[in-house]
Design a protein around this ligand. Sequence first.
Ligand code: IMP
Length: 496
Amino acid sequence: MAIIINELSRTFGEFLLLPNLTTKDCVVENVDLSAPIVRFKKGVEPSLKLNIPFSSAIMQSVSDNNMAVALAKNGGISFIYCSQPIESQAEMIRKVKKYKAGFVISDSNLTPEHTLADVLELKERTGHSTMAITEDGSPTGKLLGIVTGRDYRITRDPLDKKVKDFMTPDNSLIVGKEGITLSEANDIIWKHKLNSLPIVDEDFNLVYLVFRKDYSEDKDNPNSLLDNQKRYVVGAGINSRDYKERVPALVEAGADILCIDSSEGFSEWQYDTIQWIKQEYNGKVKVGAGNVVERDGFKYLAGAGADFVKVGIGGGSICITREQKGIGRGQASAILDVAAARNEYFEKTGEYVPICSDGGIVLDYHITLALAMGADFVMLGRYFAGFDESPTNKIKHGNGYVKEYWGEGSNRARNWARYDLGGQANLQFEEGVDSYVPYAGKLDDGLRTTLYKIKSTMCNCGTKSIKELQENSRLTIVSSTSLTEGGAHDVILKNQ
Ligand code: IMP
């Protein structure tokens, strides 16, 4: 007969934090949200830490190179999705590692043989009015000219006019040489009243564009998560199928940490994957594993050498795993159980293995609850999908906008490797849906508000770090009637 675990499977919405004494030094400015992301020995600093406890989900609709840059600028990390060919995932990693604040790889490019119609079509598609004209139309080809909105008149010029007949040609262009600093590039921009400055190498191949508006970027982001060469830190998803080919390509491209992307990680496939990576790279390449929802799964993956363990099955907003397969656990119960196992493991071995709460965060305070319950950091899909920086389309919906968001187990993503149990190489049934999320504007703005809320709550709980929050917070379970009490109630709301 099956064993019945008597505790209910609970989720975040069933808990509230009780305030503790707030001392006078406990103010938002003093709260430190840094968090370990890789295992470390007692008394030793972890080799990689996040400046904020946020990671973006390993999903096509969430984590590409743009999201990775935007999140690393704010102190968190993206794990670039692995449900794509190895080379294109590696290229995304390279783009993040090459990214220099203010130096942009040109993504709107044409050749001199293109026409005004092509220019207008590209402008419509990308929203960019500055286009690099290169010999082969690539972002790094020989630079032959630049086209901006000032080079043509839609009302006068025929649509079949060749780009070479109206672009600003290379001999009249002001360019910067590869290696110049942002402040030098900016001086040239101001001196010549330019809107953008192409940066070229010795052979006049295009390397970057610098736009006037980007100049202050690096000054605005004191929290950026950088490696020792001042490049943004980035993670990459992998699977337990093609890791022997994928991992070397990602490591070569510069990925700082990997994570096995699987809906259910308590498996010998994950054990083999971790062991191979640890042996192949002498323990130097860091890899997270998961997902698990209870202590045995945690102990197994920690014992295999995982650098962090991801927790959560069936709680994701786009996830239908529990309906389809009847496996999973309420996210709060899963975190509490795994965190207890993590602490025991630390006591016993002297090694701390961080845990990540993945999926099921609906309201900002759920993040604070996840941290209080023992998570070291969270992974979010829905939350990040709504921002401008996610890779998906923004669509007009009623009076506002929405963005597309689809699960890795949906027919749209067809990430069969995530749900693979060593059988056939295709998706047998869906475990995720294709959906929309409300458009949430710029990541910087949304995240700033969320972080402020988390820090304020931590001050209410008399804590100034995640560790203090984990050790000192007190939680209460809420009844359904007190849940009603928690929102606006018994009043007639204005503007509705
Ligand atoms: P969210 O933040 O609640 O939207 O959850 C995101 C998490 O859901 C991801 O990090 C994955 O762990 C999980 N996930 C992604 N795609 C699917 C899917 O298609 N089915 C089930 N879970 C998924």
